[in-house]
Write a protein that binds this ligand. Structure first.
Ligand SMILES: [Zn+2]
Ligand SMILES: [Zn+2]
Ligand SMILES: [Zn+2]
Length: 265
């Protein structure tokens, strides 16, 4: 399985608008690993492609990362940084000459049906007769194009939110609390990409680095990468920043970055 990190940033992206902090200044340099678009991944196996979330950077993300095909879209939840690029799935649909199956929590599907109503109805859709969304509500583990997906219910703000386990890979981009029953669903994974917004444990809806490390410690994946990262975390100085915070950063835990490709057998 090939995993491409399309976006590793929090909802504002990095650089933050008008911020002159060291990380944001670095992020404005071409090719900086501190440049972070909104959270999303794309996975690929045996020429089958799943896209996770359609945030506001979606079309640029798939263009820049040379994503050639999308068989289905899987949503984690309905926050704007994960769904506001939904209209742009029209372009892959036109290229591929197909409608797009979408999967996600019931609340997310309902909100998409309300906000992008014209994409669900053949009568109202304008322009070429392709690009409709085919909705599927996820409530239990399911098979999709040879991938085995297990929804992982997590607590995150007041909206129904899933992480997903895909084989031996776990993707949990937005989480404040991982219930024990959900932790159990992630036991035995080799690779984890998980929310770690900043060092602040008081943030009401996202894990801090310390909270994310507790989960990494409990699950013991071979490698763990942090995503949904804000500008307080600097890609170039992250181990030093952890040391300053008296946080012991294990050697197999890293910050993800946009464009990163991870291979998993
Ligand atoms: Zn900044
Ligand atoms: Zn969210
Ligand atoms: Zn988010």
């Amino acid at each position: 399985m090939k995993i491409t990190v399309l976006g590793s940033g929090t909802s504002t992206g990095v650089p933050e608008y008008k911020c002159e902090c060291e990380t944001c200044q670095d992020a404005r340099k071409f090719g900086s690993k501190n440049y972070r678009t909104r959270p999303s991944i794309h996975i690929e196996k045996d020429e089958k492609h799943l896209q996770f979330d359609l945030g506001p950077n979606f079309i640029d993300q798939i263009d820049r990362n040379e994503i050639e095909w999308i068989d289905a879209v899987v949503f984690t939840h309905c926050h704007a940084d994960h769904v506001s690029g939904t209209n742009d799935i029209v372009m892959p649909c036109r290229k591929q000459q197909m409608d797009m199956p979408i999967y996600g929590p019931e609340q997310t599907i309902r909100i998409l049906q309300r906000n992008f109503d014209y994409m669900f109805s053949k009568e109202t859709f304008q322009g070429g007769g392709v690009g409709h969304l085919l909705p599927n509500i996820v409530e239990a583990p399911f098979q999709l194009h040879g991938f085995e997906l297990i929804p992982i219910p997590v607590e995150h703000a007041a909206v129904q939110t899933y992480g997903y386990r895909i084989g031996n890979f776990g993707y949990v981009p937005d989480v404040k609390r991982l219930p024990d029953s959900s932790k159990a669903l992630l036991q035995g994974i080799d690779l984890l990409i998980i929310d770690a917004l900043s060092f602040n444990p008081r943030h009401p809806t996202h894990f801090s680095v310390g909270e994310a490390l507790e989960v990494v410690g409990a699950l013991q994946p071979k490698h763990a990468y942090f995503t949904h990262i804000m500008h307080r975390l600097d890609h170039h100085h992250f181990p030093d920043q952890c040391a300053e915070q008296d946080i012991d950063l294990p050697e197999n835990v890293y910050l993800a970055y946009d464009g990163q490709v991870l291979e998993l057998s």
